[in-house]
Every structure is written in C-alpha cells, then in structure tokens.
Design a protein around this ligand. Structure first.
Ligand code: ADP
Ligand code: MG
Length: 402
C-alpha cells in the first residue's frame, strides 16, 4: 500500500466519525424496463450510524435484498444515491466499496479449502500476501473455526459453512457488514445458537455498522439497535425494537412485530397519553401515544385501532369479574402455549389469545375473557394499509423521522 493510500484511508476514517457509516438517499431500484419493469425498491432512505446494527425486517418480496444489493454494488439504483462514511459509492464496483457481505446460501467455493475461501476476498482487496495467513487465521478464530482451515466446505455442517462465510466477510476488516438472512438455511436449534454467536460478534466489532436482512422478527429483536420495517418495496417504520413493540406506528408493524389484534374503535376521551375508546359496544381504556409524524394528536371522535397483544389476554369463567363473555372458535396447542380464537360479545371481529400451557376447553364453549388494563395501544387508522404518507413523493418525506 502506498503512502497515498494510507492517507486516503485515514481521511475516510476521520470522516466516519462524523458521517453515518451507511446512507441510502432516496434510492429506487427497478428490474427490467418499460411495462415489464418491477419496482423492487422505492424512495428508500435510511442512515446507519458507525457501529450501529439496523435490521431490515419485512415479508418475502418487500425489497430487503434489493436494498442490500444496491449498497453492496450488485444492482444499480435507478434513482438516488448510496454513501459510505460520507463518500458517494453509487458508481463504484462492489470490490471498491470494501463491504463485507454474507448471504443465506453461504456461497463458498466448493473446491477450495476453508483457508482459501477466506483468503479469496483478500486478494481482490489487494492485501499483501505476507499478511494473508494472519488475517485468515484471525477471521476464522473470530467465528470459532480456527481448527478447520484445511477442510473443504462439503466436510462442514451448514452452521460451520455459514461461520466460514462470515469469516470471509470479516477478513477484509470491513467498516460495513451486510448480512442477508444468514440463518435462514439452518435448523431452528442451530439458528438459536448462531444468533447468540452473532450477538457476540457484534460486541467484538463495536465500530462496524451492520445491516441485517431478515423476515424473522425474533432475529431482528435479538440483534438490532433499530428495526426498519419494509413492505411493498418501501420502508414503512423505523425505530428501536422497544418503541416499535410498545407503540407500533402502523398496523402493519404491529402485526409483523409480535402479532396483534387490531380492533376498530372510536376515541371518546383523551388525557395525556391515556384514552377511553368505544369498540363495538364496549368502553375500554387505551394507551394513546402521540401519533406518527404529520398526524394530529388524538381527539374525541377519531377513528382508531386498538392493538391488543394476544399474550396479554386471559381466559377464565364466564362469570369472572370484569370478564367479557366469549365463545371459543378454535384452539391450537403450540407446546408452551395455546393460540385460542375467540368471538367476544360486544367487540367487533374475533380476538386471538395466547394462553400458557395446553388449553383444553372445547371449541364452542362459553368462557370469560379478561383484557389487560389498559387494553392496548392506539394506532391511527389514517396509516392503515396506506404507504402514501410514508416515504411518498413529498420533498419533506421521511427525512424528519431518521
Ligand atoms: P426480499 O429480499 O424482501 O424478499 P427482494 O429485494 O429480493 O425482496 O425482491 C423485491 C422485489 O423485486 C420482488 O418483487 C422480486 O420478485 C423482485 N426481484 C428481485 N430480484 C429480481 C430480479 N433479478 N429481476 C426481476 N425482479 C426481481
Ligand atoms: Mg431477500
């Protein structure tokens, strides 16, 4: 490496202390042209700070991988820009970006040893050969694979192969690490233990910004400082996991993160962040956090949705104090808990409840259902099913929520 390179590098790391590690600036990606074009990412704006981990969480096809590929340089944005530590990299090749990438399918070279697989990326990053062995060993040690350098990928389990793929990404000492569903191909038990290892890895790399793509809310909750929820090529909500869980800004996020009963209701009375609402013929207390950006505070007469989490509902006898009469519609035992669908007298729609253990009351039985107090949290109905005001075409969109 020349002196010029060294200076260039330090200039970038100085910038990294003031600029976000990752910026997506209104990125759009379409596949194909003309009438056959698919919009895979629309007006996508996101900043990830140095050392921060952001999960991109959303259903299959929502544009998560496309966002990651646009940042890594595997697809070209149709509009907008991507920046790394303040530097516009939109026109650079993947290798020039110096990003570590880990994908679901491991993508190891089958005929190369573990050592050579990890060393491969170093070559394209022009790491001197004398340094290679030490860098490979260090990266393999970080993922607990130090003893496997001479093996071929087929001589490893799926979890071990994925560790090697992670080591390969780490060997270039990236300041940005992208992971696209890295645990999706593993069985449930292994996924759980790998999740713990990824948490440890995060701690070991405090200056590395990570973008972690997943459709699994448990992974997002376990790993991310903030979660960016995606739907239909757009970012719909972004916040800490805690905030998204406690005060979901939209019904989509409420449902995707944790599961939710969304009961239509009308606001009767508001005091600070508490409200009384009418749902069907029932009057219930609700939490009323300030609505999303651009929406007015809650007022009497507002149409809203009450988000009632299934695990907060308890089932007893019909005559129990404060219990609503309900009929059991279905009951599915899941081992540690049972998901019970209920038709509750006086409430619109059906309610799902998760009760602990094996709930054996027969379908068709009449029971008493107790909601928590407050029963749940209000979500604006204006946000329902519409992404128009979120990341829409207005110049002011989104910037204020980052
Ligand atoms: P996710 O990772 O959230 O599952 P993707 O980013 O892979 O979603 O895909 C977003 C959308 O773009 C989907 O509708 C998908 O079918 C489409 N898409 C992805 N890759 C291509 C491609 N190479 N060519 C055409 N359409 C694509
Ligand atoms: Mg994907």
């Amino acid at each position: 490496m020349s002196d010029g390179d060294v200076q260039m590098k330090s200039a970038i790391s100085v910038a990294a202390t003031t600029e976000p590690a990752i910026v997506f600036d209104r990125v759009g990606v379409s596949y194909g042209r003309g009438r056959k074009a698919t919009v895979a990412l629309a007006d996508f704006t996101l900043r990830v700070a140095v050392g921060e981990t952001v999960a991109l969480l959303g259903p299959s096809g929502s544009g998560k991988s496309t966002a990651l590929k646009a940042l890594a340089g595997f697809v070209r944005p149709t509009s907008g820009a991507v920046r790394l530590a303040g530097r516009d990299v939109t026109d650079l090749s993947p290798a020039e970006r110096g990003i570590g990438v880990v994908v679901q399918s491991y993508a190891l070279f089958p005929h190369m040893t573990v050592h050579n697989n990890v060393a491969f990326g170093l070559k394209s990053h022009r790491v001197p050969r004398a340094e290679t062995a030490a860098r490979v060993a260090e990266a393999l040690d970080m993922v607990g694979m130090g003893g496997y350098a001479k093996r071929l990928p087929r001589e490893l389990s799926g979890g071990q192969q994925q560790r090697v793929a992670i080591a390969r990404a780490l060997a270039i000492k990236p300041s940005v690490l992208l992971l696209d569903e890295p645990l999706a191909a593993l069985d449930a038990q292994l996924r759980h233990s790998m999740l713990g290892e990824l948490q440890a890895l995060r701690k070991a790399l405090p200056d590395t910004a990570m973008l972690y793509v997943t459709h699994d809310q448990a992974e997002a909750l376990a790993l991310a400082d903030r979660i960016a929820v995606m739907r239909d090529s757009r970012l719909v909500d972004i916040d800490t996991a805690e905030n998204l869980w406690q005060r979901p800004p939209s019904d989509f996020t409420a449902g995707f993160l944790g599961g939710a009963n969304l009961v239509p209701c009308t606001v009767d009375h508001v005091t600070g962040t508490a409200a009384l609402v009418t749902a069907g013929t029932s009057t219930l207390r609700a939490q009323a956090p300030r609505p999303g950006v651009g929406l007015a505070d809650w007022a009497p007469g507002d149409d809203a949705q009450l988000c009632i989490r299934p695990h907060t509902i308890t089932i007893g006898k019909p005559g129990d104090r404060d219990a609503l009469r309900a009929t059991v519609l279905t009951s599915v035992w899941r081992g540690a808990s049972t998901r019970v669908e209920l038709s509750v007298d006086g409430l619109p729609g059906d309610l799902a409840a998760d009760v602990s253990g094996h709930f054996t009351t027969a379908v068709g039985s009449v029971v008493g259902v107790r909601l928590p107090d407050p029963a749940g949290v209000l979500i604006a109905r204006a946000v329902t099913g519409s992404t128009a005001e979120i990341g829409g075409s207005g110049a002011e969109s989104r910037g204020d929520t980052l």
